[in-house]
Design a protein around this ligand. Structure first.
Ligand code: 5AD
Ligand code: SF4
Length: 462
């Protein structure tokens, strides 16, 4: 039997795509290997959201070159860099065998056969038309033993944010029909999954037959499902109906990731985000009124072309004002063919050192706020869904609160159980404590393998 190794970069969409690739490969009698050195096939599932992600994948490719030289392994690049660079990648990397886009995963058997039988170098990066697009159906057996899973509800993005490459790499929005989503969720629940995260680049504009809010409500009603999460949302189409869903369905977890990007209306306009800071805050206030205590996280870009010191201060002020539970912040990275990259010279690029200094200030502020929020939880009891053993200490358990805070704790509950944990210590991003009660046992007998250990290809590099 031949062996494959997949190295995943980027977001949850990519992690999910890697899982689909592994299913396709198993049908071709390939088995996974946890180390690239003895692989016959190496696939890099790539991300191009920022230049750094691309650089990382190029250096990883270099590390795999000897495996090709020593055992003739085939090497392929999939994902967003593949979609963006297409045949240029074959020219750039002479030892690369094939390049395929996110829409072409189902074509892998054909691609691999052509490469191995005919020694042809293959590029498959055509987008599939919206009407013809078929969402790959996850094999629930690959989820047996896991307690939390991702379910794709849409792909692509029709927004026009001027910094973003995603519309170029993932194509137009296509929504998955809601009965398909619900069947997949039910299948997952049957193998023991208790939490699902509905994923898509822009889930608020879901159009698979019912509204996204209704999809969340229907998902929450699937027997065995206790928690429903989703990502990612665009603030401009965060509907009242979605906010209402948070009020009426407690299984929709109290966590909202709502990327704001920056705190200046002028920059938001240049980013083509289609909302003002005031409108964003109005949505957030409504959400917090519907679900008091909801955790709010966001994405921020600092150093967008033309961003002045005053405008950056507005992002700092907004961060203080919202008191985010957490923030993912990045320095602006110009991406090929995007509106902002094309206009960067006119708008005035922000010098690299200035961007880094702003990022450090913002991250320091966020660490302080996150630290204050988690410190206030010390002494309280929180509900945790056990995901498995702690990564740091195998004698401890690991899980998450409904607000998506990670908790490492002393206790004996198996993966899939719900427990209460008394919080004894906190860092800005983690809680630690001791199990005090078992709330609910798992729905299926847990596997002997610690569930917290995600398969190697399911962990993506940022
Ligand atoms: N430069 C820096 N950060 C970016 N993001 C998207 N495009 C870029 C870019 N060109 C960030 C945004 C988005 C997150 C996933 O990545 O904040 O929400
Ligand atoms: Fe995901 Fe965007 Fe990176 Fe593609 S470019 S892997 S869609 S984050």
């Amino acid at each position: 039997m031949k062996r494959y190794f997949i190295h995943t970069f980027g977001c949850q969409m990519n992690v999910n795509d890697s899982l689909r690739m592994s299913e396709v490969l198993s049908q071709m009698s390939y088995a996974p290997t946890p180390v690239p050195d003895n692989a016959d096939l190496i696939i890099l599932n790539t991300c191009s959201i920022r230049e750094k992600a691309e650089d990382k994948m190029l250096s990883a490719l270099g590390r795999y070159k000897p495996v090709k030289a020593s055992r003739g392994a085939l090497i392929g690049v999939g994902g967003c860099v593949a979609q963006q660079e297409k045949d240029k990648l074959l020219k750039k990397v002479p030892y690369l065998d094939f390049v395929f886009g996110p829409d072409n995963i189902a074509r892998l058997p054909d691609i691999i056969n052509r490469v191995s039988a005919e020694r042809e170098r293959v590029v498959e990066t055509a987008f599939v038309n919206s009407e013809e697009y078929v969402f790959p159906r996850a094999d629930p057996e690959t989820s047996r033993g896991k307690v939390t899973e991702f379910v794709t509800v849409m792909k692509g993005c029709d927004n026009v944010c001027s910094f973003c490459i995603v519309p170029h790499t993932r194509g137009r929005e296509v929504s998955r029909a809601f009965p398909d989503v619900l069947v997949e969720v039910a299948d997952l629940a049957k193998v023991g999954v208790r939490e699902v995260t509905l994923i898509g680049q822009n889930v608020n504009s879901y159009a698979g037959g019912i509204s996204f809010a209704q999809l969340l409500l229907r998902t929450a009603e699937v027997p065995g499902i206790e928690r429903v999460r989703f990502t990612t949302s665009h603030p401009h189409d965060l509907s009242d109906e979605l906010i209402e869903a948070f009020r009426i369905q407690p299984k929709i977890t109290p966590h909202f990731h709502l990327p704001v990007q920056c705190g200046s209306d002028r920059i938001l306009k240049m980013m083509r985000r289609d909302y003002t800071v005031e409108q964003y805050l109005e949505r957030l206030a409504k959400l917090r009124e519907a679900r008091p205590g909801i955790a709010v996280t966001t994405d921020i870009i600092v150093g967008f072309p033309g961003e002045t010191e005053e405008e950056f201060e507005m992002t700092m002020k907004l961060t203080e004002q919202v008191r985010y539970d957490n923030q993912f912040s990045f320095v602006y990275s110009p991406r090929p063919k995007t509106g902002a990259a094309l206009r960067e010279k006119d708008w005035g690029p922000v010098p690299h050192e200035v961007k880094i200094a702003r990022l450090e200030r913002l991250q320091k502020l966020q660490r302080r706020i996150s630290g204050e929020i988690t410190a206030a939880l010390v002494g309280t009891e929180v509900e945790v869904m056990v995901e498995g053993h702690s990564r740091y200490d195998p004698t401890k358990r690991f899980g998450r609160t409904p607000e998506n805070r990670t908790v490492n704790f002393d206790g004996d509950a198996p993966a899939g159980a719900f427990v209460t944990v008394k919080v004894e210590r906190a860092t800005p991003n983690q809680l630690a404590g001791t199990q005090v009660a078992l709330l609910k046992p798992p729905t299926v007998e847990p596997l002997p393998v610690p569930v917290g250990e995600t398969p190697f290809h399911a962990v993506a590099e940022a």
